[in-house]
Design a protein around this ligand. Sequence first.
Ligand code: TYM
Length: 357
Amino acid sequence: MDNKKIVLSGIRPTGQLHLGNYLGALSNFVKMQNEGLYDSYYFIADLHALTTNPDPKELHTNVRHILAEYLAAGLDPEKSTIFVQSDIPEVSEMYLLLNMHVGIGELMRTAAFKDKARKALGITAPNQGDDDEDVAKEIIGASTNKRVNAGLLTYPTLMAVDILIQRADFVPVGKDQEQHLELTRRFARRFNSFYKTEYFKEPQNFNFGSAPVKVPGLDGSGKMGKSEGNCIYLRDDDKTISKKVMRAVTDNGPQEPNSPRPDVIENLFTFLRIVSTPDTYQYFDEKWNDCTLRYGDLKKQIAADLCAVVAPIREKIEYYSANTELLDQIAREGAEVARESARATLDEVRRIIGFRV
Ligand code: TYM
């Protein structure tokens, strides 16, 4: 057995991967894999996808899509264990066990839960600073016939299990998943302290020394996301990408030298920071500061730099998508490896809990 640190992360198969997924997570999976310093586990979180009740055919197709996109982006089954969450039944058993140590209240206070529950119930988010007891009242009051499923509430337990069952040290994820990671650490500590053990480690996010990434939307909103409908997809062709970037929301341009940038403009600079060279960033930053910036030029630059990232991946996605036998084989072999390590953890957890093993 080697003593390499363990890396694990996953993505839900809810559609095609977008630049938020790639720049916030997948590109780091690939970099970490290629450093060769870690035992890597990368999976497709299809149990998590069930929280939004997908159509079975669509779910099946989406799992294959993500597999193809993982490989196209550079994940390599020779270097990483690539698997599908639902192929690991040990995860479901441990999810039940860990739930016994998780509070309903702390789950209900999770930001992602409140967001998704509001969407499911059709209620709008309160203004910042307002109390947000609306979700709890609606759920318990049941004044509508809409329902928030229990899987959505216990989403963080399942995510903690994914991580803890593989005994991961590092979990490369985007900024929006930080709260879930914090809960994972809390659940690990709680389990350890209840059973007077030090069995679980506390996993950390990882982004090569930088802060976790939040890729903004091009519609002026804070985050690129599927449900926000503002995504650039890894499957988009150059023309589509350029069109989306050229349509990005802007304003009247810089009015005074060295003024702070409004959010919608800062979003564009965030793209430059993530995908362009430091020189390019500096060039446009200076143009902003001396009020000579033309948004058309800025957008053209961003579009070109995004296309350079996406084009080589897009071509490979087509290749892997057509090769379903290969995809199935990779998932099968990955599951064998991931099950073995999951089984070892589950056996130990059952023993710690007091079950006969
Ligand atoms: P999911 O499927 O919502 O997103 C997958 C990854 O993409 C990142 N991401 C972003 N990063 C930056 N900017 C954005 N606009 C953006 N949009 C998405 C997410 O941060 C994430 O890293 N709960 C997880 C899946 C999961 C998981 C796990 C992850 C299940 N179990 C165990 C790690 C470990 C999720 O829903 O990700």
